[in-house]
Structure formats: structure tokens, C-alpha cells
Design a protein around this ligand. Structure first.
Ligand SMILES: O=C(O)CCC(=O)C(=O)O
Ligand SMILES: [Fe+2]
Length: 243
């Protein structure tokens, strides 16, 4: 057996009917959940990776970007799973009514803990990528859990990168303070995702304002993120600004 099929054997196969109802939930509720997406054995391997990473970082915030950075954790292999990838390509087809580009991820593992906790919490933003998949690896069982807050589906996919940039600047610079105040004073006005390790949560990251709540500095909150499809990947303005 090659690695991909070995991996697919532990990744659940999502039927087209199920996919349609996940898509509907993302449109209607702002997110969807596939419970127990990871096997207990995979989850344990990922939790061990997080535990040793947090130890190496002296119990401070640490983030891993890309597949190489999480080699051996199983999170790298998941990105290669055709069953996993097909969730993203089918969501793309359902939302855009055209064939999906090859599935390549912008992949992260965020380990939130320690004094820097607040600096990495309640940072409301739009993602640059259409679909965001979030898998909680470690969630605090005492104190605050670091739920995800969403204002789902507040914008369409913009036709231009400039249009996207205006939205992003609005949230990053102009609305940030009032979103934070609202998160503290009226948290019930957000869609709240309470996260269970090993579940898979999906939402339209590009279209939804979102941020994580803080947890307590002496606890660990680790989330794996897989972002798919940058609508403005070919933008010349984007390329110019990145130079
Ligand atoms: O860790 C989380 O709960 C969310 C992180 C996030 O939104 C991102 O990395 O784009
Ligand atoms: Fe995000």
C-alpha cells in the first residue's frame, strides 16, 4: 500500500449527499462540523507533537507554517489525503459552479499559550482563502476554552484584489476596536464554535469575519488550519504590493 491510500484508510469518506448538507450548513449557519474526523490514534500523535512543541517554546505561543514544519505529526500527511482534499474541491464546485483548481493548502498549526495569549486572540479578520478548515488538537478543559467567534458570510468573493483589500483594511484597522468591544460586551451576537478535539469545522474564511477568544495563559489551545483557494492569486496588484 502506498502512503496516500494508507492515509485515506483512516480519513472518513464524505458522500456527495453529505457534502451537500455540509455546504448548506455553511451557507445557512456559517459553519459545519464533521464530528470525530480524526481517529483517536491520529489525534494522539498530533497532541504529542503539540506537547513537545510547547515545551520547546518554553510555554509561549508558537505557530508552524506549511507541511514541512509539522512533519511527523500526521498533519502533513492529512494534507495529502485525497479524501480530505476532495471535501475542499467539492465545496468549491458547490459554491462557484465551476471546476475546482488543484487542492493546495496554506497550512498552519497554532499553539496558543502563555503570556502572549492576548496578543494572538480577538484579532478579527477575513482570511485570504475561500475555505477554512479547522481541526482542534488541544482545547483547554479548565478556564476559558478559546472558542471561535464568527460573523459569517458578511461579504461575497470580490471581483478584484483591490476590493478585497478595502474589506480587509476596514476590519483590520477601522472596525477592529468595535468588534473587540462587542466580543467582550455582547458575545452572544457572534456565531460561536465550541471546539472538540478531533472534529473538523469548515467555514468560508474569506467571506466571514472571525477570531479566537483567549484562553487562560497556563493552558494550551492548539488548532490545525487548512486554507484553500486564494481568489486573487493571479492579481497583478497583489504581486506588486508583495514585492
Ligand atoms: O486558531 C483559530 O481558532 C483561528 C485562526 C485563524 O482564523 C487563522 O489562522 O486564519
Ligand atoms: Fe482566519
Amino acid at each position: 500500500m502506498d502512503t496516500v491510500s494508507a492515509l485515506d484508510a483512516t480519513t472518513p469518506e464524505i458522500s456527495d449527499d453529505r457534502l451537500q448538507s455540509l455546504f448548506s450548513a455553511m451557507e445557512r449557519d456559517g459553519y459545519c462540523c464533521i464530528p470525530d474526523f480524526l481517529t483517536p490514534a491520529s489525534l494522539m500523535t498530533m497532541q504529542a507533537f503539540v506537547a513537545s512543541s510547547v515545551r520547546s517554546s518554553q510555554n509561549e505561543y508558537v505557530v508552524f507554517r506549511g507541511s514541512e514544519a509539522v512533519k511527523g505529526s500526521g498533519l502533513d500527511e492529512l494534507a495529502q489525503s485525497t479524501r480530505f482534499q476532495s471535501i475542499f474541491s467539492r465545496l468549491y464546485v458547490a459554491s462557484r459552479n465551476k471546476p475546482a483548481p488543484a487542492v493546495e493548502f496554506y497550512q498552519l498549526l497554532r499553539c496558543l499559550t502563555g503570556k502572549g495569549m492576548m496578543q494572538h486572540s480577538l484579532n478579527f479578520h477575513y482570511d485570504s482563502y475561500l475555505v477554512t478548515a479547522l481541526i482542534p488538537i488541544v482545547i483547554p478543559t479548565t478556564g476559558r476554552a478559546g472558542d471561535l467567534l464568527l460573523v459569517p458570510n458578511t461579504r461575497p468573493v470580490r471581483g478584484t484584489y483591490a476590493g478585497n483589500l478595502v474589506d480587509k483594511i476596514m476590519v483590520d484597522k477601522i472596525r477592529q476596536k468595535s468588534l473587540r468591544t462587542r466580543a467582550l460586551n455582547d458575545p452572544a451576537s457572534f456565531t460561536r464554535i465550541k471546539m472538540v478535539p478531533g472534529n473538523l469545522y469548515l467555514f468560508w474564511g474569506y467571506r466571514s469575519i472571525h477570531a479566537n477568544e483567549p484562553c487562560d495563559p497556563d493552558t494550551v489551545r492548539a488548532t490545525a488550519l487548512y486554507h484553500y483557494f486564494d481568489p486573487h492569486a493571479d492579481s497583478r496588484l497583489k504581486a506588486r504590493l508583495r514585492r
